[in-house]
Design a protein around this ligand. Structure first.
Ligand SMILES: Cc1ncc(COP(=O)(O)O)c(C=O)c1O
Length: 459
């Protein structure tokens, strides 16, 4: 078991403001300081080793010590550490990365716009959607639909689509024009006696009713993660996206796939779009695009959108949108190398090979009285913790059962994430081996058993 965490840093965090912490509590409790990484492991500054079961924040696909990525960055720093892409300038890494990304992109994507974060890619998607509909003369068609518990970043616009109360309450979000529909999580939201297929139909019907009640002439786009990540790792029913897309088509509403977590092999295909038969109009990606080594994201668009953007930029004199660090040459060089490594190492095949072991070990945990559902696809998964397996009743949020389990896991050298609704998220680097998958689940099993014992004692 690892040594206690954070005690030595009680007084060290006066100036660094950390997101997603209880600032009041964490003034007295030092943070876990991660100091080094190798392969799928990281070490804290006290020398404790952890298997990183969430790949940082769902991003470090190639582990924490890939020398080729460090070399790609160093080479690009030496050649050209900065140049921009405004006003018809470019760099070789931007052009090469766009080519490589589009080569593997979901159909029918034909152009890539680079930014620095998933949130920025979502914001760019919103801007392009509005610009697109203005270009088509549909000036009322502006509302964007996301799903409750969906995560699409934290910028003011992206945070309006992130329908998680913690990220919106008292931040004066969501902005108007941003509306929310049902979560495609059958275990939590399916009705008693309702089949998964019926659940998918009900959600598609509800979406249609929402579009009709808002007025189809006001609804521009629908954005969804193929597998909902930070909102609780919810895998959709098999026919959900097919039914949803039929509704979107009927009312001329764009389908946007937010592939920020699912993209680049995570679900056992290069894209979540392929796993769930999604034909998107736009796609956002980030995170595994550079294995998390440098900030970079992309918004990919189809010709249908591009053709209108072209006309709009003719009308206005330029495409009035871009960031200083969008298409940063060093980030692009690292992302390009990342995509080359995925290709050389057949990363998708690797995920397919490992997924059965990962999912089998995950499923085995559903025997615990604490685990209502173990779910996942490819190399992503979750445990949803409940107080009563028959009724799916949850523990009161203030008991923080999920956070307790994640803390126990940490004590046993494993990083997993407690997500809203007492869901434990697992999303290890894609380079994980079969033996390391066993190690991950051995530690997680101990944490589950210990949490069960704690709960029993408290009852
Ligand atoms: C699906 C999805 N979209 C968007 C984002 C926002 O990305 P970023 O944190 O890089 O802004 C995230 C972040 O976790 C995400 O999971």
């Amino acid at each position: 078991m690892n040594a206690p965490i954070g005690d030595s840093h009680k007084k060290d965090i006066a100036h660094a403001l950390h997101p997603y912490t209880n600032l009041a509590v964490h003034e007295d409790q030092g943070p876990l300081i991660i100091s080094k990484g190798e392969g799928v492991y990281v070490w804290d500054d006290q020398g404790n080793r952890y298997l990183e079961g969430l790949g940082g924040l769902w991003c470090v696909s190639l582990g924490f010590s890939e020398p080729r990525l460090a070399a790609a960055a160093a080479d690009q720093f030496a050649a050209l550490p900065y140049s921009h892409t405004f006003a018809h300038r470019s760099t070789e890494p931007v052009i090469a990365l766009a080519d490589k990304l589009l080569e593997i992109a979901p159909e029918p994507m034909t152009k890539a716009f680079f930014l620095s974060s998933g949130s920025e890619a979502i914001d760019a998607m919103i801007r392009f959607t509005w610009y697109y509909n203005n270009g088509r003369g549909l000036t009322e068609k502006k509302k964007i639909i996301s799903r409750k518990r969906g995560y699409h970043g934290v910028t003011v616009a992206g945070g309006s689509l992130t329908a998680i109360p913690l990220m919106q309450n008292d931040f004066d979000l969501p902005l108007d024009r941003m509306i929310h529909t049902d979560t495609a999580g059958y275990y939590r939201y399916g009705r008693t006696g309702e089949s998964e297929e019926e659940f998918a139909t009900r959600l598609a019907d509800n979406l249609e009713q929402l579009i009709l009640s808002e007025g189809p002439e006001t609804v521009a786009a629908f954005v969804a993660e193929p597998v909902m990540g930070a909102g609780g790792v919810m895998t959709p029913p098999a026919t959900y996206f097919k039914k949803v897309q039929a509704v979107l088509k009927k009312y001329d509403v764009l389908m946007v796939a937010d592939e920020v977590i699912c993209g680049f092999g995570r679900t056992g295909n290069m894209w979540g779009c392929q796993t769930y038969d999604i034909q998107p109009d736009m796609v956002t990606c980030a995170k595994q695009l550079s294995s998390g080594y440098l900030p970079i994201s992309a918004l990919m668009i189809s010709d249908k959108i591009y053709d209108v953007l072209k006309e709009q930029s003719k009308k206005h004199g330029a495409l009035g949108m871009g960031y200083t660090y969008g298409g940063h040459p060093v980030s692009c060089a690292v992302a390009l190398e990342t995509l080359k490594i995925y290709e050389e190492r057949n990363i998708v095949d690797r995920v397919r090979e490992l997924a059965p072991r990962f999912q089998e070990r995950l499923s085995a945990l559903s025997k615990s009285p604490l685990v209502g559902e173990a779910r996942g696809v490819g190399l992503i998964g979750a445990l949803e913790l409940v107080a009563d397996k028959n009724t799916r009743e949850q523990y009161p949020a203030e008991l923080k059962i999920g956070a307790t389990l994640a803390a126990r896991a940490l004590n046993h050298g494993l990083v997993v994430r407690a997500l809203p609704g007492d869901v434990i998220g697992i999303c290890p680097p894609l380079i994980i081996t079969k033996e390391q998958i066993d190690e991950l689940f051995d530690s997680l099993s101990i944490a589950v058993t210990e949490t069960e014992a704690l709960v029993k004692k408290a009852a």
